[in-house]
Design a protein around this ligand. Structure first.
Ligand code: AMP
Length: 396
């Protein structure tokens, strides 16, 4: 990796500001209902504490939009972190200012303090210079482990790095960059990308970029119907982005010209309504009746996709193959999850829905890497330089 990593630094006695992604779901009773993101940052936190750092943790939580919203306090998160670490983690009254400076100064090596929600200040998302300076004043070293926000330039991810002498990647950030970086730069081949989800428009960038990198692109989900229509097929009432037909044709032409396999579902599970109780049928792509919509890839497509997946050595998956939230339309997505699990390939899964699907299919532990950042991983796969990564100090 071309960026300084936390592993390269001597943190003893240093004030370390660690940006984490603790944007976790809370119950009405203010309890953390899923602590995956907190656990994901533990290796970095334990390392820093073990080295004798005075650790200040900073994160956003929810969308307070620049105002103090007590229900979005990081106090419950600090409580959960404290349980996981087996040591107390106090919460500061704010994320910057004199009171926080004093609390930080009172920390002893090996102690951690959770700063309050950085989005209680509008300056964070505006990458405000005054806020960036105020955060930098708190620390000697900045470490970023919040891959999920690396595609945005905020004061707590990018601005702060301008005013601290050293900015390093945490272990979680480094792992994301390692897996995604290798997939894009030097993948073991065949390199296969599986893309799904609702819309072509959300994934044009990644489709255009990946079509120049992969050996095969498998497209399912709602976005497949715009591609099928672009090939002249009648897609009934399926999700269709009529204004994206040209770009779909352009991507198909590009794949044809470069010899990239571009696989679209040849059959579908169809229904008249996207409802769990709606009667369903299976139909080939050439035979979707008027008024019916494709809501999952069909059995022939599952088999065809699985065959390509089985031959892959590197796999990237983002987006479900159908409306997998509803049981009648989840089999295609689960079939892809299972095929990836037994492929033996280096597999990288990103995007909230695909991650949920591998968990529901019971194969999460079979994936090489589950990305913690849906948007950030897509932008990385688009070939975009992530500002949160670019801002970190280069390795000499
Ligand atoms: P995205 O956020 O773009 O990854 O899209 C995820 C959403 O796409 C999920 O909520 C799915 O229910 C939805 N989706 C997947 N396949 C289809 C389809 N064939 N028709 C309509 N929606 C779909």
């Amino acid at each position: 990796m071309a960026k300084v990593s936390i592993a390269d630094l001597d943190l003893k006695g240093k004030r370390v500001l660690l940006r984490v992604d603790f944007n976790v779901p809370l119950s009405e009773r203010q309890e953390v209902t899923d602590d995956t993101r907190i656990r994901a940052a533990l290796p970095t936190i334990r390392h820093a504490l073990g080295q004798g750092a005075k650790l200040l943790l900073i994160s956003h939580l929810g969308r307070p939009k620049g105002k103090v919203v007590p229900a979005l306090s990081l106090a419950p998160v600090a409580a959960r972190l404290s349980q996981l670490l087996g040591q107390p983690v106090a919460v500061a009254p704010d994320c910057m200012g004199d009171a926080v400076k004093a609390a930080a100064a009172a920390l002893r090596p090996g102690q951690a303090l959770m700063l309050e929600n950085c989005r209680f200040h509008a300056g964070d998302e505006k990458n405000d210079e005054a806020m960036s300076r105020a955060l930098a004043e708190l620390c000697d070293v900045f470490v970023n482990d919040a891959f999920g926000t690396a595609h945005r330039a905020h004061a707590s991810t990018v601005g702060v790095t301008k005013f601290v002498p050293l900015s390093a990647a945490g272990f979680l950030m480094a792992k994301e960059l390692e897996y995604l970086g290798r997939a894009v730069a030097d993948p073991a081949r065949p390199f296969v990308a599986v893309l799904g989800g609702a819309k072509v428009s959300d994934k044009i960038g990644v489709l255009k970029h990946l079509v120049t990198k992969v050996d095969a692109l498998l497209v399912g989900g709602g976005m497949a119907y715009t591609f099928l229509k672009a090939q002249g097929m009648d897609v009934g009432a399926s999700l269709l982005e009529a204004d994206k037909l040209d770009v779909a044709r352009e991507i198909l032409d590009r794949a044809r010209a470069t010899g990239v396999t571009f696989l679209l579902p040849m059959d579908h599970v169809i229904a008249e309504k996207a409802e769990a109780t709606a009667p369903t049928r299976t139909a080939d792509s050439t035979a979707i009746p008027a008024g019916w919509m494709g809501l999952d890839i069909g059995p022939k497509a599952r088999e065809a996709f699985a065959t390509v997946i089985r031959g892959a050595r590197t796999l990237v998956w983002n987006g479900p193959m159908g409306v997998f939230e509803l049981p009648p339309f989840r089999e295609g997505t689960f079939a892809v999850a299972r095929a990836i699990a037994i492929s033996g390939a280096t597999s990288i899964v990103g995007g909230g829905d695909s991650v949920a699907a591998v968990t529901q299919a019971g194969v999460a532990d079979k994936m090489s890497h589950i990305s913690t950042g849906g948007g950030a991983s897509l932008e990385f796969l688009e070939g975009i330089d992530l500002p949160g990564v670019a801002a970190l100090t280069d390795k000499k």
